[in-house]
Write a protein that binds this ligand. Structure first.
Ligand SMILES: Nc1ncnc2c1ncn2[C@@H]1O[C@H](COP(=O)(O)OP(=O)(O)OP(=O)(O)O)[C@@H](O)[C@H]1O
Ligand SMILES: [Mg+2]
Ligand SMILES: [Zn+2]
Length: 505
């Protein structure tokens, strides 16, 4: 047999298209031609494959070798195809059974020594391999990621020799045990809400944000607990469903090598620094990689010191906030990644941080304060349903003596109940209600309308602002398991939009 076909998987956004690797041996001057990869990648791959074969005690055929990777127009990074290329050569030269390669897909890099090395994006490949009803062979270090996929026959091999022993049948590898059922739903390392003293209004806002999936902005002087509060939002959200966990793990597997399998069921929390580039936030690269907005998919994206972020960064957030997706284009390539995150932002009220503080120590000019706040564009603010002040607490030392407040688990129970109501009613959380849907699910009685009318007059609410109040009121009623929105809900909703009011004052 001088022809063999092996299979591997490329990565293309979250997809993992099949790559067929055909190996042909013919008589003639010894040569090793690799077709279908970028030139630089070809050279390196040839080196690794040749050395690995020789160092594993196999024979490197002294004939004319042609390896063709198809289709030709896939984004193909060289390294993940190494194992399949080596096995193809060994099969074409009769050193392992070629027929066996028909039911196997291989995604692993080779070291010169013949050891298998881990690669990115094993999870999307594993899902695709299962759909194709083949077995998957990966590096031992990638075994955890592959074993997230139920009903997949997968093996983690330490070396090329081990992979060959398995395919020949002389030394079968142990099938990886699926990890499902063993995962920890609760994250024991997650910070707890009980650690935050006082700040009852802010905690209430956090609960409402969790219950309705609303974006949240916290405004206050330094050291009042804004960052503490934001970090506790993931712990108030229900655990990821299996489907959500897969999606967010798949995104992570594109960005990081060997992600933490034990944590795969935890809600993501991403807190990029304000010096991050637009590409880091939104995604980018020659082979497009997901950015922070996608790594936060199904979780929380926290932007601390919001006005310090580059304005362009804040502008590019608008697309994912609207569509829950991002499109990353670079040269001829485009990739779409999911980006359904919940946004939490924190900022000081003015450049020095103490505007409005009872200490009266702020000396910032009115103009400076205005410019500072204007760094955050109206359209972005418009999408943040909840905007609240987190003031300095006067009786701070006193708070310490108080019993610990409610734990995250307590609040999470109420949040879960309120979310269940929303899912049953409209299929998703209130944050995503369209204006039309809102009219259907958030009807008001006569006193309710009167109160809202008065607020529109008093605060000069925009149409957008008006809808946001209704949306928040819907969530507040859902937290009480009430189908009707009452005036108390509206009044509290109005109090949860402080910036809108101070801006129009
Ligand atoms: N309500 C609180 N309960 C317990 N500790 C608090 C509280 N507020 C502040 N702290 C303490 O103060 C520290 C600073 O809090 P945090 O970083 O959350 O403030 P911040 O509002 O984000 O400030 P900055 O505006 O400077 O970023 C915390 O590490 C914590 O020890
Ligand atoms: Mg902070
Ligand atoms: Zn100031």
């Amino acid at each position: 047999m001088s022809l063999a076909v092996a299979y591997s998987r490329a990565r293309d956004g979250l997809r993992a298209p099949l790559v067929s690797i055909e190996t042909h041996l013919t008589n003639g001057l010894p040569a090793f031609n690799l077709v279908g990869l970028a030139e630089a990648a070809v050279k390196e791959s040839r080196e690794r494959v040749r050395s690995a074969i020789l160092n594993s005690g196999f024979e490197f055929p002294g004939r004319r070798i042609t390896v063709n990777l198809a289709p030709a127009d896939l984004p193909k990074e060289g390294t993940r195809f190494d194992l399949a290329i080596a096995l193809g050569i060994l099969a074409a030269s009769g050193q392992i059974p070629a027929a066996r390669l028909q039911d196997v897909e291989c995604v692993a890099e080779l070291a010169l020594s013949g050891e298998l090395r881990p690669v990115r994006a094993v999870l999307p490949a594993a899902l695709a391999t299962r759909a194709a009803v083949r077995e998957l062979v990966v590096a031992a270090e990638d075994a955890g990621e592959a074993s997230l996929v139920d009903d997949l026959v997968a093996y983690g091999a330490p070396t090329l020799t081990a992979a060959c022993g398995h395919l020949i049948g002389t030394a079968p590898l142990l099938r990886l045990q699926p990890l499902r059922g063993e995962r920890a739903i609760d994250n024991p390392d997650a910070p707890d809400l009980a650690d935050v003293f006082g700040q009852y209004r802010a905690k209430r806002a956090l609960e409402v944000a969790a219950a309705g999936g609303h974006h949240l902005l916290l405004v206050g002087p330094p050291g009042t607990g804004k960052t503490m509060l934001a970090m506790r939002l993931p712990g108030l959200l229900p655990p990821l469903t299996d489907e959500e966990a897969f999606e967010s793990a798949a995104v992570r597997s594109l960005a990081v090598q060997g992600f933490d399998v034990a944590a795969w069921h935890h809600r993501p929390f991403r807190a990029p620094h304000h010096t991050s580039s637009a590409a880091a936030i939104i995604g980018g690269g020659a082979i497009p990689r997901p950015g922070e907005v996608s790594l936060a998919h199904h979780g929380v994206l926290f932007l601390d010191e919001l006005p310090e972020f580059d304005r362009r960064v804040l502008e590019v957030l608008r697309e994912p906030l609207e569509t829950r997706h991002v499109t990353v284009s670079r040269a001829a390539r485009q990739a779409e990644f999911p980006a359904g995150f919940q946004l939490v932002c924190a900022m000081n009220p003015c450049p020095c941080g103490y505007d409005g503080d009872s200490s009266g120590r702020c000396r910032c000019h009115g103009d400076a304060i205005k410019r500072y706040r204007e760094r955050i564009s109206g359209p972005l603010l418009d999408r943040i349903d909840l905007q609240i002040e987190v003031p300095r607490q006067a009786d701070w030392s006193h708070q310490h003596q108080h019993a610990r407040g409610e734990s995250s688990a307590d609040v999470r129970r109420r949040v879960a109940a309120a979310r269940a109501v929303q899912i049953a009613r409209q299929g998703y959380v209130n944050q995503r209600l369209s204006t039309r849907e809102l009219q259907r699910v958030a009807t008001l009685d006569e006193p309710g309308w009167r109160l809202l009318e008065a607020a529109v007059q008093r605060f000069g609410l925009s149409a957008r602002g008006y809808h946001r109040i209704l949306k928040l009121a819907r969530t507040l009623a859902d937290l009480e398991a009430r189908s009707a929105i009452v005036t108390d809900d509206l009044a509290e909703a109005l109090s949860l939009r402080c910036l809108e009011r101070s801006a129009s004052r």
